[in-house]
Design a protein around this ligand. Sequence first.
Ligand code: AMP
Length: 281
Amino acid sequence: MKLVQTVSEMRALCRSAKLSGKRLGLVPTMGALHAGHLSLVHAARSRSDVVAASIFVNPTQFGPNEDFARYPRNLEDDCTILEREGVEFVFAPSVDEMYPKGAVTWVTVEGLSDRLCGKSRPGHFRGVTTVVAKLFHIVEPDFAFFGQKDAAQHAIIRHMVRDLHMPVSVEVCPIVREADGLALSSRNAYLGAEERKSALVLHRSLMRVQQLYQSGDRDSAKVIAAVKNEFAAEPTVRLDYFEIVNPDTLEPQSRVEGRTLVAVAAFAGKTRLIDNVVLGA
Ligand code: AMP
Protein backbone atom coordinates (compact mmCIF):
# COMPACT_ATOMS: atom_id res chain seq x y z
CA MET A 1 0.00 0.00 0.00
CA LYS A 2 1.27 3.43 -0.88
CA LEU A 3 0.51 6.47 1.28
CA VAL A 4 0.39 9.54 -0.94
CA GLN A 5 0.30 13.13 0.25
CA THR A 6 0.65 15.21 -2.89
CA VAL A 7 -1.76 15.79 -5.75
CA SER A 8 0.95 15.29 -8.36
CA GLU A 9 2.05 11.90 -7.05
CA MET A 10 -1.52 10.68 -6.63
CA ARG A 11 -2.41 11.79 -10.13
CA ALA A 12 0.67 10.06 -11.60
CA LEU A 13 0.03 6.77 -9.77
CA CYS A 14 -3.66 6.65 -10.70
CA ARG A 15 -3.00 7.61 -14.29
CA SER A 16 -0.39 4.91 -14.70
CA ALA A 17 -2.73 2.28 -13.18
CA LYS A 18 -5.44 3.30 -15.64
CA LEU A 19 -3.04 3.37 -18.59
CA SER A 20 -2.16 -0.23 -17.84
CA GLY A 21 -5.83 -1.09 -18.28
CA LYS A 22 -6.78 -1.32 -14.61
CA ARG A 23 -10.25 -0.33 -13.40
CA LEU A 24 -9.85 2.14 -10.58
CA GLY A 25 -12.22 2.47 -7.62
CA LEU A 26 -12.17 5.43 -5.22
CA VAL A 27 -13.50 5.49 -1.65
CA PRO A 28 -13.55 9.07 -0.33
CA THR A 29 -13.55 9.34 3.49
CA MET A 30 -12.66 11.69 6.32
CA GLY A 31 -10.89 8.85 8.14
CA ALA A 32 -11.51 7.50 11.67
CA LEU A 33 -12.49 4.41 9.78
CA HIS A 34 -15.21 2.00 10.90
CA ALA A 35 -17.07 -0.94 9.39
CA GLY A 36 -19.27 1.42 7.35
CA HIS A 37 -16.23 2.74 5.51
CA LEU A 38 -14.91 -0.79 5.12
CA SER A 39 -18.11 -1.89 3.41
CA LEU A 40 -17.31 0.72 0.74
CA VAL A 41 -13.75 -0.59 0.48
CA HIS A 42 -15.11 -4.13 0.02
CA ALA A 43 -17.51 -2.97 -2.68
CA ALA A 44 -14.64 -1.13 -4.38
CA ARG A 45 -12.46 -4.23 -4.17
CA SER A 46 -15.13 -6.34 -5.83
CA ARG A 47 -15.66 -3.87 -8.70
CA SER A 48 -12.13 -2.59 -9.35
CA ASP A 49 -8.60 -3.82 -10.02
CA VAL A 50 -7.01 -1.00 -8.04
CA VAL A 51 -8.59 0.61 -4.96
CA ALA A 52 -7.75 4.11 -3.79
CA ALA A 53 -9.08 5.51 -0.51
CA SER A 54 -8.81 9.15 0.44
CA ILE A 55 -8.57 10.39 4.00
CA PHE A 56 -9.14 14.09 4.24
CA VAL A 57 -11.00 16.04 6.90
CA ASN A 58 -12.31 18.67 4.55
CA PRO A 59 -12.45 22.07 6.29
CA THR A 60 -14.82 23.64 3.76
CA GLN A 61 -17.68 21.31 4.64
CA PHE A 62 -17.64 22.31 8.31
CA GLY A 63 -19.44 25.39 9.60
CA PRO A 64 -17.63 27.89 11.85
CA ASN A 65 -19.13 26.42 15.04
CA GLU A 66 -18.82 22.79 14.04
CA ASP A 67 -16.36 20.08 15.01
CA PHE A 68 -13.59 20.48 12.39
CA ALA A 69 -10.85 21.00 14.99
CA ARG A 70 -11.82 18.03 17.15
CA TYR A 71 -12.96 15.65 14.40
CA PRO A 72 -11.23 12.30 15.15
CA ARG A 73 -7.99 11.86 13.20
CA ASN A 74 -5.85 8.73 13.34
CA LEU A 75 -4.06 8.28 10.06
CA GLU A 76 -1.77 5.57 11.37
CA ASP A 77 -4.62 3.29 12.50
CA ASP A 78 -6.54 4.03 9.30
CA CYS A 79 -3.52 3.05 7.17
CA THR A 80 -3.10 -0.20 9.12
CA ILE A 81 -6.74 -1.04 8.42
CA LEU A 82 -6.56 -0.11 4.73
CA GLU A 83 -3.33 -2.05 4.26
CA ARG A 84 -5.02 -5.12 5.75
CA GLU A 85 -7.87 -4.61 3.28
CA GLY A 86 -5.45 -4.65 0.36
CA VAL A 87 -6.05 -1.04 -0.67
CA GLU A 88 -3.36 0.03 -3.15
CA PHE A 89 -3.30 3.83 -2.66
CA VAL A 90 -4.22 5.97 0.34
CA PHE A 91 -4.44 9.65 -0.49
CA ALA A 92 -4.08 11.80 2.63
CA PRO A 93 -3.22 15.33 1.52
CA SER A 94 -2.81 18.35 3.78
CA VAL A 95 -5.36 21.16 3.66
CA ASP A 96 -2.82 23.39 1.86
CA GLU A 97 -2.26 20.70 -0.75
CA MET A 98 -5.98 20.38 -1.49
CA TYR A 99 -6.72 24.10 -1.28
CA PRO A 100 -3.83 26.03 -2.82
CA LYS A 101 -3.38 29.46 -1.23
CA GLY A 102 -6.00 31.84 -2.58
CA ALA A 103 -8.34 29.10 -3.91
CA VAL A 104 -11.71 30.69 -4.68
CA THR A 105 -13.28 28.15 -7.02
CA TRP A 106 -16.33 26.19 -5.88
CA VAL A 107 -18.55 23.50 -7.30
CA THR A 108 -22.15 24.02 -6.22
CA VAL A 109 -25.16 21.90 -7.01
CA GLU A 110 -27.82 24.56 -6.65
CA GLY A 111 -31.15 23.87 -5.00
CA LEU A 112 -30.36 20.39 -3.69
CA SER A 113 -27.49 21.77 -1.62
CA ASP A 114 -29.93 23.81 0.46
CA ARG A 115 -32.12 20.85 1.40
CA LEU A 116 -31.95 18.44 4.37
CA CYS A 117 -28.52 18.90 6.05
CA GLY A 118 -27.86 21.80 3.69
CA LYS A 119 -30.62 23.76 5.42
CA SER A 120 -29.09 23.50 8.89
CA ARG A 121 -25.47 23.44 7.66
CA PRO A 122 -25.21 26.28 5.13
CA GLY A 123 -22.27 25.76 2.78
CA HIS A 124 -21.80 22.14 3.85
CA PHE A 125 -22.67 20.56 0.51
CA ARG A 126 -20.72 23.16 -1.43
CA GLY A 127 -17.67 22.01 0.53
CA VAL A 128 -18.51 18.37 -0.18
CA THR A 129 -19.06 18.78 -3.92
CA THR A 130 -15.94 20.93 -4.27
CA VAL A 131 -13.69 18.41 -2.55
CA VAL A 132 -15.26 15.42 -4.32
CA ALA A 133 -14.85 17.16 -7.69
CA LYS A 134 -11.18 17.75 -6.84
CA LEU A 135 -10.76 14.08 -5.89
CA PHE A 136 -12.42 12.96 -9.12
CA HIS A 137 -10.04 15.18 -11.13
CA ILE A 138 -6.98 13.92 -9.30
CA VAL A 139 -7.83 10.21 -9.22
CA GLU A 140 -10.00 9.90 -12.34
CA PRO A 141 -11.71 6.82 -10.94
CA ASP A 142 -13.96 4.52 -12.95
CA PHE A 143 -16.11 4.01 -9.84
CA ALA A 144 -16.57 6.04 -6.68
CA PHE A 145 -18.19 4.50 -3.61
CA PHE A 146 -20.45 6.37 -1.20
CA GLY A 147 -22.64 5.28 1.71
CA GLN A 148 -26.44 5.44 1.80
CA LYS A 149 -25.97 6.81 5.33
CA ASP A 150 -25.32 10.22 3.70
CA ALA A 151 -28.33 10.01 1.40
CA ALA A 152 -28.42 13.71 0.48
CA GLN A 153 -24.68 13.70 -0.18
CA HIS A 154 -24.82 10.95 -2.77
CA ALA A 155 -27.92 12.45 -4.41
CA ILE A 156 -26.03 15.74 -4.79
CA ILE A 157 -22.87 14.04 -6.04
CA ARG A 158 -24.86 12.00 -8.57
CA HIS A 159 -26.34 15.27 -9.79
CA MET A 160 -22.93 16.91 -10.05
CA VAL A 161 -21.51 13.96 -12.00
CA ARG A 162 -24.46 14.09 -14.40
CA ASP A 163 -24.42 17.87 -14.86
CA LEU A 164 -20.65 18.09 -15.38
CA HIS A 165 -20.37 14.92 -17.51
CA MET A 166 -17.83 13.42 -15.13
CA PRO A 167 -16.74 10.00 -16.39
CA VAL A 168 -17.27 8.15 -13.12
CA SER A 169 -19.92 5.73 -11.96
CA VAL A 170 -21.25 6.61 -8.50
CA GLU A 171 -21.94 3.46 -6.47
CA VAL A 172 -24.02 3.55 -3.29
CA CYS A 173 -23.59 1.01 -0.48
CA PRO A 174 -26.13 0.18 2.27
CA ILE A 175 -25.98 1.63 5.78
CA VAL A 176 -23.92 -0.44 8.22
CA ARG A 177 -25.36 -0.44 11.74
CA GLU A 178 -24.44 -1.55 15.23
CA ALA A 179 -26.34 -4.61 16.50
CA ASP A 180 -28.86 -2.32 18.24
CA GLY A 181 -29.54 -0.31 15.08
CA LEU A 182 -27.37 2.79 15.57
CA ALA A 183 -25.84 3.73 12.21
CA LEU A 184 -22.04 3.61 12.37
CA SER A 185 -20.44 7.05 12.25
CA SER A 186 -17.04 8.45 13.13
CA ARG A 187 -18.94 10.92 15.33
CA ASN A 188 -20.35 8.10 17.50
CA ALA A 189 -16.98 8.27 19.29
CA TYR A 190 -18.15 11.59 20.81
CA LEU A 191 -21.15 9.97 22.52
CA GLY A 192 -21.15 9.35 26.27
CA ALA A 193 -22.91 6.18 27.51
CA GLU A 194 -26.25 7.93 28.14
CA GLU A 195 -26.14 9.82 24.84
CA ARG A 196 -25.30 6.59 23.04
CA LYS A 197 -28.48 5.05 24.51
CA SER A 198 -30.73 8.00 23.71
CA ALA A 199 -29.29 8.25 20.16
CA LEU A 200 -31.16 5.03 19.36
CA VAL A 201 -34.28 7.16 18.95
CA LEU A 202 -33.12 7.96 15.39
CA HIS A 203 -33.26 4.32 14.34
CA ARG A 204 -36.41 3.73 16.40
CA SER A 205 -38.17 6.58 14.63
CA LEU A 206 -37.27 5.13 11.23
CA MET A 207 -38.55 1.71 12.27
CA ARG A 208 -41.80 3.36 13.34
CA VAL A 209 -42.05 4.93 9.88
CA GLN A 210 -41.51 1.54 8.28
CA GLN A 211 -44.31 0.08 10.44
CA LEU A 212 -46.68 2.87 9.45
CA TYR A 213 -45.75 2.38 5.82
CA GLN A 214 -46.39 -1.35 6.04
CA SER A 215 -49.76 -0.74 7.62
CA GLY A 216 -50.72 1.47 4.69
CA ASP A 217 -50.16 5.01 6.03
CA ARG A 218 -49.11 7.22 3.13
CA ASP A 219 -49.76 10.72 4.47
CA SER A 220 -46.37 12.36 5.18
CA ALA A 221 -47.76 14.85 7.70
CA LYS A 222 -49.31 12.02 9.73
CA VAL A 223 -46.10 9.99 9.62
CA ILE A 224 -44.00 12.99 10.70
CA ALA A 225 -46.39 13.71 13.59
CA ALA A 226 -46.03 10.12 14.82
CA VAL A 227 -42.26 10.39 14.66
CA LYS A 228 -42.20 13.66 16.55
CA ASN A 229 -43.90 11.76 19.39
CA GLU A 230 -40.99 9.33 19.45
CA PHE A 231 -38.59 12.26 19.84
CA ALA A 232 -40.79 13.95 22.45
CA ALA A 233 -40.32 10.82 24.57
CA GLU A 234 -36.52 11.24 24.35
CA PRO A 235 -36.04 14.84 25.55
CA THR A 236 -32.23 14.59 25.68
CA VAL A 237 -32.16 14.33 21.89
CA ARG A 238 -32.94 17.48 19.90
CA LEU A 239 -34.49 16.89 16.51
CA ASP A 240 -32.92 18.94 13.70
CA TYR A 241 -35.14 17.68 10.89
CA PHE A 242 -37.30 14.75 9.96
CA GLU A 243 -38.24 14.85 6.30
CA ILE A 244 -39.96 12.76 3.69
CA VAL A 245 -38.47 13.58 0.30
CA ASN A 246 -37.78 12.39 -3.22
CA PRO A 247 -34.42 10.54 -3.03
CA ASP A 248 -33.08 12.17 -6.22
CA THR A 249 -34.34 15.77 -5.99
CA LEU A 250 -34.59 15.90 -2.16
CA GLU A 251 -37.88 17.77 -2.57
CA PRO A 252 -40.48 17.13 0.14
CA GLN A 253 -43.23 14.65 -0.72
CA SER A 254 -46.67 15.08 0.79
CA ARG A 255 -47.32 11.37 0.31
CA VAL A 256 -45.11 8.35 0.81
CA GLU A 257 -45.50 7.05 -2.71
CA GLY A 258 -42.93 5.68 -5.15
CA ARG A 259 -39.33 5.56 -3.94
CA THR A 260 -39.22 7.81 -0.91
CA LEU A 261 -36.36 8.89 1.30
CA VAL A 262 -37.16 9.36 4.98
CA ALA A 263 -34.25 11.23 6.53
CA VAL A 264 -33.57 12.34 10.08
CA ALA A 265 -30.92 14.48 11.77
CA ALA A 266 -30.75 15.08 15.51
CA PHE A 267 -28.38 16.16 18.25
CA ALA A 268 -27.52 13.76 21.07
CA GLY A 269 -25.86 16.23 23.40
CA LYS A 270 -23.61 18.23 21.09
CA THR A 271 -23.21 15.41 18.58
CA ARG A 272 -25.15 15.72 15.36
CA LEU A 273 -26.24 12.37 13.97
CA ILE A 274 -28.07 11.44 10.77
CA ASP A 275 -29.89 8.36 9.56
CA ASN A 276 -32.44 7.43 6.90
CA VAL A 277 -34.49 4.75 5.27
CA VAL A 278 -35.73 4.40 1.69
CA LEU A 279 -39.31 3.18 1.30
CA GLY A 280 -40.95 1.80 -1.81
CA ALA A 281 -37.59 0.65 -3.17
P1 AMP B 1 -17.15 10.11 6.19
O1 AMP B 1 -15.78 9.62 6.55
O2 AMP B 1 -18.08 10.23 7.34
O3 AMP B 1 -17.11 11.34 5.30
O4 AMP B 1 -17.79 8.98 5.29
C1 AMP B 1 -17.15 8.50 4.14
C2 AMP B 1 -18.09 7.61 3.38
O5 AMP B 1 -18.48 6.52 4.21
C3 AMP B 1 -19.39 8.32 2.96
O6 AMP B 1 -19.72 7.92 1.64
C4 AMP B 1 -20.38 7.82 3.95
O7 AMP B 1 -21.72 7.79 3.47
C5 AMP B 1 -19.88 6.41 4.19
N1 AMP B 1 -20.39 5.91 5.48
C6 AMP B 1 -20.28 6.52 6.69
N2 AMP B 1 -20.94 5.81 7.63
C7 AMP B 1 -21.47 4.74 7.01
C8 AMP B 1 -22.28 3.64 7.43
N3 AMP B 1 -22.66 3.50 8.69
N4 AMP B 1 -22.65 2.72 6.49
C9 AMP B 1 -22.27 2.87 5.20
N5 AMP B 1 -21.52 3.88 4.74
C10 AMP B 1 -21.12 4.81 5.62
